[in-house]
Design a protein around this ligand. Structure first.
Ligand code: DX5
Ligand code: ZN
Length: 223
């Protein structure tokens, strides 16, 4: 399987959202990455259901929804109804994570768990078999355009080794400060899905940048 590129809509021009969605539709991207922030779990507020429904109206690729919110359980069904294909919740925001993952599956979505930079991957050992995806945060969540945290590479290698033992089909995704400069190292460390916001939308030609990210390392991943 070739690696997946998930442009983060957070970096799009919200006054021209339909234009930017159609750019992603016609690009080499695989998913739309949709960052929902509540101003409580993270020190920023992004958008909620009305904007997500607008994205879903035009997007022709799966919506990869990253919930940076407390108590996500109460909104799982609404995010599924708003078009989510993948719902990722934060490990740090879920007291009953197994129950939350079950609720995501019951809503018909793939279930992901995100880890903040300080959260060890070993904490996922007993839930890894139940997950479709793990999102390794390579910045502190809340804002686009931050600098990649290098220790992420160690976490990816450790997670990849765990996944080979427990859940070989697991999708390992990385989010924050990802771009053409570090993509190859991230692939080598075991990641297979890549969120990119500023690297794409600040590029002179965002669609061309998506192609470059998608085609950087040809061949197939051993996943
Ligand atoms: C950060 C978000 C990211 C963000 C990535 O909290 O989860 O998805 O949009 O933006 P860049 O690629 O600019 O770091
Ligand atoms: Zn994200």
């Amino acid at each position: 399987m070739k690696h997946l590129i998930a442009p983060s809509v957070l970096s799009a021009d919200f006054a021209n959202l339909q234009r930017d969605i159609e750019m992603i539709n016609s690009s080499a991207a695989d998913w739309f990455h949709v960052d929902v922030m509540d101003g409580v779990f993270v020190p920023n507020i992004s958008f909620g259901f009305p904007v997500m429904e607008a994205i879903n109206k035009y997007a022709t690729k799966p919506l990869d929804v990253h919930l940076m919110i407390v108590n996500p359980d109460q909104y799982i069904e609404r995010f599924a109804a708003a078009g989510a294909a993948v719902i990722t919740v934060h490990y740090e925001a879920c007291v009953h994570l197994h129950r939350t993952v079950q609720a995501i599956h019951a809503a018909g979505c793939k279930a992901g768990v995100a880890l903040n930079p300080h959260t060890p991957v070993a904490l996922l050992k007993d839930i890894l078999a139940d997950l479709d995806l793990v999102l390794v945060m390579s910045v502190n969540p809340g804002f686009g355009g931050q600098k990649f945290i290098p220790n992420t590479l160690n976490k990816l290698r450790e997670l990849k080794a765990m996944a080979l033992q427990i859940n070989p089909d697991l999708i390992i995704e990385v989010d924050g400060g990802v771009g053409i400069h570090n993509l190859e190292d991230l692939i080598d460390a075991g990641a297979m899905a890549f969120v990119a916001g500023s690297a794409i939308f600040a590029a002179p030609d965002p669609k061309e940048m998506i192609s470059e990210l998608k085609n950087l390392k040809t061949g197939t991943l051993n996943i």
